[in-house]
Design a protein around this ligand. Sequence first.
Ligand code: SF4
Ligand code: SF4
Length: 468
Amino acid sequence: MPKKYHIHTKPTPLNLEYLFKFRIVRGDNCINCGKCTKVCIYEAHKRRTDDPRRMAEPNTVVCRNCFRCIQECPRGALEKSIRRDFSSAGGAFWKPDMLLSLWKQAEDGRVPVSGAGYRGPFTGSGFDSMWTDMSEIVRPTRDGIHGREYINTSVDLGRRLSHLVFDEEGRLLSEVPHAVDIPIPVLFEVPEAGLEANVRIALVKAAAEIGTCIVMSAGEISDGLAGYAGNIIPRLVPAEIGTYRSNIEAARLVAIGHSRSLVSDFPRIAEEVGRISRALIIVRVLADRDVEETVVRLALGGAGIIHIVADWCGREMGSYAGSRRALKDIIRSVHARLVEKGIRDEVTLIASGGIAMAEHVPKAMLCGADLTAVDTPLLVAVGARIHEEPEERLILPAELAGIPVAALAQRMVNLMGAWHSQILEVMGAMGIREARRLRGESGRAIFFEEVDKDTFGRLFRSREAVGT
Ligand code: SF4
Ligand code: SF4
C-alpha cells in the first residue's frame, strides 16, 4: 500500500483585520453573571482583565454563529446582527461567506462547519447547480478517509496512448510517453497582477510543500527559487523558449500560451522544447466561444496537456456578460467533443478560473477535467479582499509585505489541507478511491438544468406551442 499522502497543517493566525460576519452587542442590562463565557466554546466572551467583575467587549471574530450565548443569557442582554460591510464584500460569485470560509480554512487547515440550519436556495449558477451522488456515504469505503482503505488523490499530467502495440513475441513496441504525477488534483498559479516578492515566494514554497506545481511567468523566476525548479512551471510564449532555456532545462512542465499559429507550429515548438529538456508542454487556451474546436485541433495536433482558462469568476472569456457560459458547462462540452472525436483518453485537461472552493475540484473533474488550477483562493488565504461591484477588484492588504514568507506559505498549505480533507470526504461518500476515476463521471452527478428540463420542460414547451 502506498504511503498515505498527508498535508501538514498548523494554526497560523495573521494579525490582520479580515471580514467579520457578526456584530454582537452586550446591552446595559448585562449583570456580568459570566454564563456566556461558559457556553461559548470559541471564547468570544471573556471577563475584563483590568476588572474581572465586568465583561469585556465580545470578540466577534471568533464567533461561529451557534446562537448559544444569545439563548442562554438570563437577561436577554446580547444582540447579534450581520455587519453591513460583510454583506457588501465580494459579489455574486465570490460571496462573502465563501471569502470568510477560505480565510478560516487558511487559519488552521480545518474543514469549515457549514450548512447547519441552512435556509437558502438549493441551486444557483455554475458549480452551484450540480450535486454529487453521495449514495455510498454509509458504505465501507468511507473508512478510507480516516484509516483502513487508501483514497488516492494523485493525478498524472501527460499525453497517453490510445492503445499499445506488441510484436509477435509479445514485446512492447509502443513508446510510452512519460507523465508527471502530482498528489492532489490542484495546480497553483501566480496571477498576472503584480504581487509582493514574499507572496510569490510563499506560493512557490507552499506548492512544493504539498507536492504540486505552480505556473508562473518565466520572467518572474528568480535565482533564489532554483531549489524549487521541479515544482515551477515556467509560463512563456514560443518566442521566449531560447531566452528561458535554463528554466526549461530544470522544469518538469512548461506552459505555453495559445496563439492562432500554435496549432500548426506545435510540432516545431515541441521539438524545440524537447531539444532542451524532457519537460512536458501545457498549452494554455482561453475558455472562449471556440474553445471546443481549439482543444480538439490541439489534441489532434499532438498537444498532450491542455489548460482551459476561464475568467476569475468561472465564466467564459470574451463574450457578452449575459451570455457567458459557466466553467462547468465549458468543461462538459470540451470533454464531450473529445469523447466524440475518440481522443479524450489521450490528453490531460486542466481547468481554472472560478475554482473557489474545495467542492469545485471534484465537480470540475466530474464534468471532465483531469485536474484544476487555483490562484485567487490562495491570495484570499493571506488576506486578499475581493469586490465585484462596481468594478472587479482584488485588493491585497498593505501589511502583507511585512509578513514572513513562512507564515504566508503555511496559510496556503493549511487551505490546501482543508481542501484535501474535503476532496477525500466527497470521494469517500461517492465510493471512489482514485481521483483519476472522477474524470468525466458525470453520471455520478446531478445537474439542476437537466432535472429542471426533465420535470418542467414538456410543460413549458407546450405553453410555448400555444403561444402563452
Ligand atoms: S450571560 Fe448575559 S447577563 Fe450574563 S454576562 Fe453574559 S451577557 Fe451578561
Ligand atoms: S453565537 Fe455561539 S459562537 Fe458566537 S459568540 Fe455566541 S456562543 Fe460564541
